[in-house]
Design a protein around this ligand. Structure first.
Ligand code: BGC
Length: 550
């Protein structure tokens, strides 16, 4: 799924009680794995030492101060004027007092804090956009596509057997062999392969040949080369599904841009690549999104799990919807009342619906991204962008002389080098201490920071991560309210949720405020949704096959 290991192959063995052998650093976040590197390992693992643990068809505007009519009561960001004043008077703040500097930072960050009114407006707009995605007439123009997943059955706990899974959607690609056993027991062997940058932006043929090669090597190494196994393919990009084993890529996200894949059937591309090799036999039983995998993986143990959420490199959610609401679903079996919907909410705001809360920093991120104008919501939330957002605020404050006496560094000035894991690390410092913060600043070449600088940097991190948590919460509360069930468990995965010290509690607090009285919810950390979830979707599909063939 989206573990951000900037390296290549890692073999991981894990069983149902989660026991593993070795502590591995995932983008600076720790994760328990049993690591055994293969000979074909590419040696570029980055090791990090710090471990911590209305109708929203509005024309797109680019100015954060523009307040759409439906949000007329929303207070415009007061900080824009202050920002302009700041810009005009650079860098005279170097000699300002500690209190004045703190005030400057807090004032600049004001635009990152969402008022209750703004969050309510967001819920309203998200619901509107979800409805537009579900309805036939409005779907073509909707940003939140609400793709039908064709998954109609949640696991019942009786799924058994040996399955292969592929997991593509983050910096790495994984192949897994999963053995589902009785009593929610399972055995899982997996290996992580890097997707080199040239493949991420190369041709689709190259990408799928690489995937098929990794799959073949994995099968050989795990003594299943000669077996014909069912396979679930977790493909974590917007996919217009036409069936459980057919889906056309809508657009690439998260830094991928392989030519010749958009509008193509991704399952066919995989089968073609496997056929080109001609060495292994695979039955692709299902293609799914990582949110679906997460939901299925949690629902295997907890039957109230009806939403799957990812806050990692990217962000997205899926949920259980009533068939009659999913107008695009050509239901193969009318007796089943529900279907999973992959919202693809990362694209929310691409039509300007988020402009009333966007900032100059969001604008900057978008302009310099590989997909300008796309994935607006995701760019305000997910791990691919969070560190960069913090960096942009720090750079601005440094240039104004408010931070580090105005002294910057080459690393600080380089895009992409303030990793999102730094945000988690800095916020994991005990109140009043700045141990991790100083380590991070040293990595950035900023070794003369005062405690006051550290406190200000930490505040910037808190504002960026709190905004992300509140945006995600607005989305989740909207789905919970729409489902209108007495209790919903939300299965969650992704590096930001998993490793940020406060993301979970920020979400619990905000969702509680936003859901209808009488509804309860909980957030459940998913155990390897993309891997086990893929096996479960494949298993449920096989279960169906068996039933249908009777
Ligand atoms: C993709 C989604 C995916 C999410 C989390 C987004 O960029 O469009 O399909 O679920 O990232 O990985």
């Amino acid at each position: 799924m989206d573990q951000e290991l900037s390296g290549t192959m890692r073999s991981i063995s894990i069983n149902s009680n989660g026991t593993t052998k070795q502590q591995q650093q995932l983008n600076g976040h720790s994760m328990k794995t049993a690591v055994s590197c293969g000979t074909d390992e590419i040696d570029n693992v980055r090791r990090v030492t710090a471990t911590i643990g209305g109708d929203v068809d509005v024309a797109k505007t680019t100015n954060a101060s523009k307040t759409p009519a439906s949000a007329a009561t929303t207070t415009p960001s007061p900080s824009l004027i202050q920002q302009q004043q700041l810009q005009q008077s650079l860098p005279s703040y170097a000699s300002a007092s500690v209190a004045e500097k703190k005030k400057m930072v807090h004032e600049l960050c004001q635009q990152l804090l969402l008022t209750d009114e703004q969050v309510h407006e967001l819920c309203y707009r998200i619901l509107h956009e979800v409805r537009r995605g579900l309805a036939k007439d409005t779907h073509p123009k909707a940003n939140v596509k609400c793709f039908v997943t064709y998954v109609q059955d949640l696991p019942n706990g009786n799924e058994r057997g040996k399955f292969l899974a592929l997991d593509l959607g983050g910096t790495n690609f994984r192949v897994l062999l999963i053995h589902l056993q009785e009593n929610h027991d399972f055995q899982m062997e997996s290996r992580i392969y890097a997707i080199p940058q040239h493949i991420m932006i190369g041709s689709g043929i190259q990408l799928f040949d690489h995937i098929a090669e990794c799959l073949s090597n994995f099968m050989a190494d795990h003594n299943v080369y000669a077996e014909r196994l069912p396979l679930g393919f977790t493909f974590s990009f917007p996919l217009r599904q036409l069936g459980l084993t057919k889906g056309l890529l809508e657009t690439w996200t998260k830094g991928f841009n392989c030519a010749g894949v958009v509008n193509e059937d991704v399952v066919q591309l995989l089968k073609d690549a496997i056929a080109r090799r001609g060495d292994v036999q695979i039955d692709v039983c299902a293609i799914l999104n990582d949110t679906t995998g997460t939901l299925m993986s949690c629902a295997w143990k907890n039957h109230s799990c009806k939403i799957g959420l990812i806050v990692g490199t990217g962000s997205n959610a899926c949920y259980v919807e009533r068939v009659e609401e999913a107008e695009l679903f050509d239901a193969p079996d009318n007796r089943k009342p529900h279907v999973l919907i992959n919202t693809e909410w990362g694209a929310f705001g691409d039509n300007g619906a988020l402009d009333f809360v966007r900032t100059e920093f969001d604008e900057d991120i978008d302009t310099h991204s590989i997909n300008p104008g796309k994935q607006t919501f995701e760019k305000m939330i997910s791990g691919m962008y969070m560190g960069e957002l913090v960096r942009l605020v720090i750079v601005k404050m440094t240039r104004a002389g408010v931070l580090f006496k105005g002294q910057d560094s080459d690393v600080l000035n380089t895009r992409g080098l303030f990793f999102t894991k730094y945000v988690s690390e800095i916020e994991a410092d005990e109140p009043g201490t700045f141990t991790n913060c100083r380590l991070v600043l040293e990595e950035l070449g900023l070794s003369n920071a005062t405690d006051d600088d550290c406190a200000n940097v930490r505040y910037i991190c808190e504002c960026v991560s709190k905004r992300a948590a509140h945006l995600v919460s607005a989305g989740i509360a909207t789905l919970i309210n729409k489902m209108d069930e007495p209790h919903v468990t939300v299965g969650v995965d992704g590096s930001v949720y998993r490793f940020h010290p406060k993301f979970h509690s920020l979400m619990v607090e905000k969702i509680t405020q936003l859901i209808k009285p009488g509804i309860t919810f909980d957030l459940m950390l998913s155990e390897d949704g993309s891997g086990r979830g893929a096996a479960l979707v494949a298993a449920v599909a096989c279960r169906e096959d068996v039933l249908n063939s009777k």
